[in-house]
Design a protein around this ligand. Structure first.
Ligand code: ZN
Length: 204
């Protein structure tokens, strides 16, 4: 009897600078209509939906995974299209990992963006990413991608396959503690007056 574990068969991934992955196992898409409550300026969001349609694609994720057991990796790309909603730059919904100590690596392949990160006890970090720059997001940090440029913001990511995502954490707090807004030709992280704090939040 063999004592070797069952193994997955390695697959080749061809990852383009624009974010496409040949060999991916999944694509996850988000549309304008899915973004209700994500931006502070609800009126701007409603006007955008009325003008551009709820089915306009705003960001997507391609990934490859063998399985979701501990020890495996999920690798993929995230592509956030440019734009603003009111004075806020285009964002992903953001999440904390359901297994909250799980870290995640993000490497910018194209575009210009910000990795916005916050802890449940109120620490904040916003790191600008341009091609060649990366951030190793530690465990226990809520994280979201923000496109502060005028072309698609594409990152390559990698995280533990058993991490999972908890998306309720931001909505339950009235939004993230900071928002990333237009500031002249650039961006600024400013306090979100609607944020109620994460302190009471208990991850699943
Ligand atoms: Zn994550």
């Amino acid at each position: 009897m063999s004592t070797h574990p069952q193994v997955d068969i390695p697959v080749l991934l061809e990852i383009s600078r624009g974010g496409g992955i040949k060999g991916r196992s999944r694509r996850y898409e988000k549309f304008l209509g899915d973004m209700e409550g994500v931006y502070r300026d609800d009126e701007a969001w409603r006007a955008a939906v009325a003008e551009r349609g709820a089915d306009e694609l705003v960001y997507w994720v391609d990934d490859q995974r063998y399985h979701e057991g501990p020890g495996a990796l999920i690798v993929g790309t995230s592509t956030v299209l440019p734009g603003t909603m009111g004075d806020e730059f285009a964002v992903t919904r953001g999440h904390i990992h359901a297994v909250s100590d799980r870290a995640e690596f993000y490497y910018c392949m194209s575009g210009r963006g910000v990795m916005q990160m916050e802890t449940l006890d109120g620490q904040v970090s916003a790191i600008e990413l341009t091609p060649g720059r990366a951030v190793n997001v530690p465990g226990h940090w809520i994280h979201r991608s923000v496109n502060v440029g005028d072309e698609p913001f594409v990152t390559l990511f990698c995280y533990a396959a058993d991490a999972g995502q908890d998306y309720g954490v931001i909505a339950d707090a009235g939004g993230m503690k900071q928002i990333i807004v237009v500031d002249g030709d650039g961006w600024a992280a400013v306090p979100n007056p609607d944020h109620r704090g994460y302190r009471e939040y208990v991850a699943n």
